[in-house]
Design a protein around this ligand. Structure first.
Ligand code: 13P
Ligand code: SF4
Length: 319
């Protein structure tokens, strides 16, 4: 702990000295979340992370999360320097949806409105009509469906299937998935529910449909946090990345949070549901990039401009 405190203090000083603001996702290490909170930065879901950078006065943004979050911050703040503790922090959804193949998919279905999840590269976003995150996807697709539009959706098939089922929209789905949420298991969750009859079940919609069907609340990270604060229950079973347990416990001292079972034995596997790319973000890495100036996100201006349009549409819609 003493070593951790020294590193935290050094990072806080480096952020101040470099006129930098830290924005961290809920799935990152608790130290990074605490540092963001203590230094006037932000801990947030992917939608609020996108909004934060452009609003903050700092000339440098440090994004503790995964690659697409850094790219989104950059395209919305081209005048700012955007750094990430580790540029290899990716996402299985982004990796599973390469721009050339995605573009060909769009070309084959020109009659459809292209809606992509924020967990994609800038090049994929540049091909989209709308970008959405899990906290606004349902509302945006419902809005497009009400206007009679047919949707081409990418990349997460579980989130896409859930939205299709909820809205009745005509959606053609890219078949991507999140390696973390894809591992939650319905049968084991049913057994865990039976052991905890008073527990409410909170599920991120990147999980398989059978798991989503067992949820009391389905929502993005910020919606899961809101439900945990507002629902009057003593315990919760949570199907999302275990990084979330830090904020859940911080915000609800009297409540108990139980990880939902994954493919491994949930009782013995403490890190099954933890994104390996989110885990690449560390305090030491953050100190290193601030000292060296390495790991900047660079985007070609014309690509950034094209990718920004559908992101701005989402930000306007949710403002
Ligand atoms: P949120 O939009 O809920 O923060 O989710 C981002 C993400 O990567 C989920 O796995
Ligand atoms: Fe991507 Fe899943 Fe990791 Fe989120 S948890 S960044 S969706 S791989």
């Amino acid at each position: 702990p003493a070593e951790r405190d020294v590193l935290m203090a050094r990072c806080a000083e480096l952020l101040r000295a470099h006129d930098a603001a830290l924005v961290a996702h809920y799935y990152t290490h608790p130290d990074l979340q605490d540092l963001a909170q203590a230094t006037g930065g932000l801990v947030a879901d992917s939608l609020e992370m996108a909004r934060f950078g452009a609003r903050h006065a700092a000339s440098t943004l440090v994004v503790a999360g995964v690659r697409f979050m850094g790219e989104t911050a950059k395209m919305l703040s081209m005048d700012k320097r955007v750094l990430m503790p580790d540029l290899d922090a990716n996402c299985s959804l982004d990796l599973g949806c390469p721009a050339p193949q995605f573009s060909a998919f769009c070309d084959a279905h020109p009659d459809r409105t292209v809606v992509v999840y924020a967990n994609t590269s800038a090049a994929v976003k540049a091909r989209a009509d709308w970008v959405v995150t899990s906290s606004c996807a349902l509302d945006i697709v419902a809005h497009l469906h009400a206007r009679g539009e047919k949707i081409l959706w990418a990349p997460d098939r579980h989130l896409g299937g859930y939205i299709q089922q909820q809205t009745g929209a005509d959606m053609l789905l890219w078949q991507g998935s999140c390696i973390v949420h894809d591992e939650f298991k319905a049968l084991e969750l049913e057994m865990l529910k039976a052991e905890h009859p008073r527990a409410k079940v909170l599920v991120h919609p990147e999980s398989p449909a059978q798991v989503v069907a067992l949820a009391d609340v389905v929502g993005s990270t910020s919606q899961i946090l809101k439900a945990a604060r507002e629902l009057d229950a003593p315990e919760f079973i949570v199907a999302t990345d275990t990084g979330m347990f830090h904020a859940l416990k911080q915000q609800n001292p009297g409540k108990t949070f139980i990880p939902a079972p994954t493919a491994g034995n949930a009782a013995t596997c403490k890190s099954c549901a933890h994104c390996p790319w989110m885990a690449m973000n560390t305090l030491a890495g953050l100190a290193r990039v601030l000292e060296s100036g390495h790991n900047t996100i660079e985007l070609a201006p014309d690509l950034a401009q094209r990718a920004r349009l559908p992101v701005a549409r989402m930000l306007d819609f949710t403002a």
